[in-house]
Design a protein around this ligand. Sequence first.
Ligand code: 6XA
Ligand code: ZN
Length: 348
Amino acid sequence: MLTIYNDQHALHHGKFEMFRGELVPCFEVPARADYVLRALQERRLGAIESPQDFPDSAITGVHSQRYVDFLARAWEEWVALDPANAQRDAIPSYWPVRTFRSDVLPASFPARMGLFSYDAGSPLTSGTWTAARAGACCALTAAQQVLGGTRAAFALTRPPGHHAGMDFFGGYCFLNNAAIAAQALRDGGAARVAVLDVDYHHGNGTQAIFYDRADVFFASVHGDPHTEYPYYLGYADETGADAGQGCNLNLPLPRGTGFAAWRDALGMALKAIAAFGADAIVVSLGVDTFEGDPIAGFQLKSADYLRVGEDIAAAGLPTVFVFEGGYAVAEVGINAVNVLQGFDLKSG
Ligand code: 6XA
Ligand code: ZN
C-alpha cells in the first residue's frame, strides 16, 4: 500500500478542548500519526511518499471560498485581537443557531469563528491551516495516484476531516479530506464514487457535502447519534435529497456493538456501494471503533481490523484510504495498519 504522508500535520497541535464541561487536553494529538507511520515502517507495507501541492481550487470544489479564506487567515486574526492570544488556542463560544442570520459575515473574529463551526472541541492553532492544507494535499495526491492506476493509496493525515462541512469546522476537522479526494476522483474521470465511512462517529460533513448529488454515494457505519457525537445527523432515515435521493446510507449501531454485528453492517454498506455501481471508493478510515478508545463505544479488537481490510478489498475497486479518528494512541498504528495490510493481502 502506497502511503502519502507529510510531517506538517504536527503543526496542528491543540492544547485543550471543551469536553463535558471542562477544558481537557486534546485527544487528537500529533502522536496519533506518528504511531501509524511507525507501524507502516515496521511492517514494510509499501512506499511512503510526500504529497504534491495543489491549487486552492482542488479544495473549493467542496468548501466555500469564504470558509477557506476564513481558515487561512484565522490565526492572524486571533492574534490581532490580543497579542497574548499567541499563547492560547482559538475556541469558538457563540453560534448562530436557528433564527439567526448566516448570510452576514460579522467583522468580529469570534463571531465569524462561530459562524464557521459547530462545537467547542476543535481548537484552531497557529499551524492549523498549514497542517490541514497539507493534509488535503495528501488526500489529493492519493486520489491522483489511484486515478493513475494504483489499486489503493493511504493518505496519512491529521487533523481528520469527515466532520468538516462545506463551510464549517468541528469534531477536530477543518478540511474534509475524504470529500476532497472523492471530488478529485470525480474530476479525474471516475463517473461514480462512493465514500465509505467506518469511523465510530458519523461523517456529518461528508454526508452534507454530497447529500443532494447522484454521483457520490455516502455510506456510514457509526454510533447511534441518539447517544453519540455528532448527535444531530447520522440517522437511518437520511437517504439523500433531490437528485441524491437514495445515495446516502446511514447504519447507526448502539454503543457497545461488537465486531460480528459491526461487520454485518459493513457488509450492507459494501452491498449498497456495489448496487450503486461505484467506480472507486474513498474510505474514511477511523479506528475509534476499537474497544480501548477513550471517547467511543464499540468493541472491535486489533485483529478484527485485518478482516475489515479484507472485506473492503473484496469490493474490488480502486480505493483511497483517508485517516480519520482513533484515540487509543498506542494502538492506533496497529489498528489502522491492520486494515491496510488486510486489504493488501486480499487484493494480492
Ligand atoms: C467530541 C467528539 C469528537 C469526535 C471526533 C471524531 N469532542 N470524529 O473522532 O470522528
Ligand atoms: Zn471518530
